[in-house]
Design a protein. Structure first.
Ligand SMILES: NC(=O)c1ccc[n+]([C@@H]2O[C@H](COP(=O)([O-])OP(=O)(O)OC[C@H]3O[C@@H](n4cnc5c(N)ncnc54)[C@H](O)[C@@H]3O)[C@@H](O)[C@H]2O)c1
Ligand SMILES: [Zn+2]
Length: 389
């Protein structure tokens, strides 16, 4: 519950100084573990002030999970309604946020309605954003169904949409009223999405040697190993929570979670938010940042090679196609302008340590991109060299 204090120092001349402070503490339950979806009614029950619920999902997840979720909610003492939005990053848009706001109005939603985001990072981000602005903020819970959302997007209260060609330009900090993470929901997730989610796990793993070692030793087969994925989800959540506990509004420590994201957002914007999955762009971003760090002698070649190999073990490419080099840098300069001229780029120093640097030049970016390209070409050359008499 927010607590407020205010002080007014009246001055006889009429120039009054007003001091107002609002203290707010958000606490919410996070239920996790294989099979935990069955505990959804308990979670909803805990948010006792709500008398109706709107479950929002996308049109990929709806046929897989929506009826299961609404069946679980038959014990909920209030009306349950649903809204389905199109799947994909393009739904993190003003148009879809507007469609959701209209949907809430036509469903007669009031302040005591709970929104339930059932889906990947896109659904969590756009539902959280809508919850933050509707009636100046209504509660929502996240039931993340993609790996990316389970270990990252559903937790931390960052909500938003892409706007004017820029990633997450419009948004708000609005913490969920609860989160339920069931790794069993990942069984239907395509392999490409698993790898995309793992990019964010590598990002936190670079800050946590134990998680990094787990990821280095991961074996990705055609069938998902739910036990090892559940362990990755749990460890990554704990790592993120440690940073959030110290810095809920991204003033300091939490900024390390932006590792690889300047380049990732630039790549996504340069390709119209459609060619790359978010995690695929993050993987290339981490690779470029790491290579720049090695070139600045901030990290060793051994650390760089470990990070690049770990990304590849997770099924991620680390090279930026030549056709995107110039456009991506264009977008980086736009991001720099938005950040008041400072890039605040996170660079790995070792597994367990990163630093934040203000600036980066086009030259060092271009050199890093070329280094990664040459590295990718090397095994191919060896194969070609090996052919013949
Ligand atoms: N708010 C944050 O802190 C935060 C953190 C990380 C990422 N993000 C955002 O999250 C978004 C990416 O999230 P994402 O990768 O989950 O994308 P997404 O929401 O588009 O989901 C990926 C795809 O998987 C499908 N899907 C989801 N769950 C499924 C399931 N169980 N079975 C089958 N298909 C399923 C979706 O329909 C979609 O097609 C980006 O916009 C990114 O910026 C936000
Ligand atoms: Zn991300």
């Amino acid at each position: 519950m927010p607590q407020g204090t205010g002080r007014i120092d009246w001055s006889p001349e009429g120039n009054h100084t007003l001091a107002v402070s609002v203290l707010r503490r958000d606490t919410y339950p996070l239920i996790t573990g294989r099979g935990s979806l069955s505990r959804l009614p308990d979670l909803v029950q805990q948010i006792s002030e709500c008398d109706s619920l709107v479950a929002i999902t996308d049109d990929n997840v709806a046929p897989i999970l929506l009826s299961r979720v609404t069946e679980l909610l038959t014990t909920f003492n209030g009306r349950v309604q649903t809204i389905v939005i199109p799947a994909g990053e393009r739904s993190k848009s003003w148009a879809v946020a507007d469609q959701l706001l209209t949907g809430l109005c036509t469903r007669n939603v009031k302040r005591r309605t709970l929104l339930l985001a059932l889906g990947g990072g896109v659904v969590c981000d756009v539902v959280g954003f809508v919850a933050s602005v509707f009636m100046r903020g209504i509660p929502y819970i996240n039931v993340p169904t993609s790996l990316m959302a389970q270990l990252d997007a559903a937790i931390g209260g960052k909500t938003g949409i892409d706007y004017d060609g820029a990633k997450n330009l419009v948004g708000a900090f609005h913490h969920p009223a609860g989160v339920l993470v069931d790794p069993e929901l990942l069984v239907t997730l395509p392999n490409r999405e698993i790898s995309s989610g793992l990019a964010e796990a590598v990002k936190v793993g670079i800050l946590n040697p134990q998680l990094f070692a787990r990821l280095e030793n991961l074996t990705l087969g055609p069938k998902l190993d739910l036990d090892s994925m559940a362990a990755v989800v749990e460890e990554a959540i704990v790592c993120k929570l440690v940073l959030l506990r110290e810095d809920p509004f991204e003033q300091s420590l939490r900024r390390f979670l932006n590792l690889g994201h300047t380049f990732a957002h630039a790549i996504e914007a340069a390709t119209g938010f459609s060619a790359y999955r978010h995690g695929e762009a993050v993987a290339i971003g981490i690779a470029i940042a790491t290579t720049i760090s090695r070139d600045r002698e901030l990290c060793s070649t051994k650390t760089m090679n470990r990070i690049l190999a770990c990304l590849e073990t997770c099924g991620l490419s680390v090279t930026l196609p030549t056709s995107l080099v110039a456009e991506t840098w264009e977008r980086v300069t736009v991001i720099r302008r938005v950040r008041n001229g400072k890039l605040n780029e996170v660079l790995p120093v070792s597994i367990g340590e990163c630093v934040i640097v203000d600036e980066m030049s086009y030259e060092e970016y271009a050199i890093a991109v070329r280094t990664l390209e040459r590295r990718a070409a090397r095994p191919l050359c060896r194969e070609v060299e090996g052919v013949g008499p």
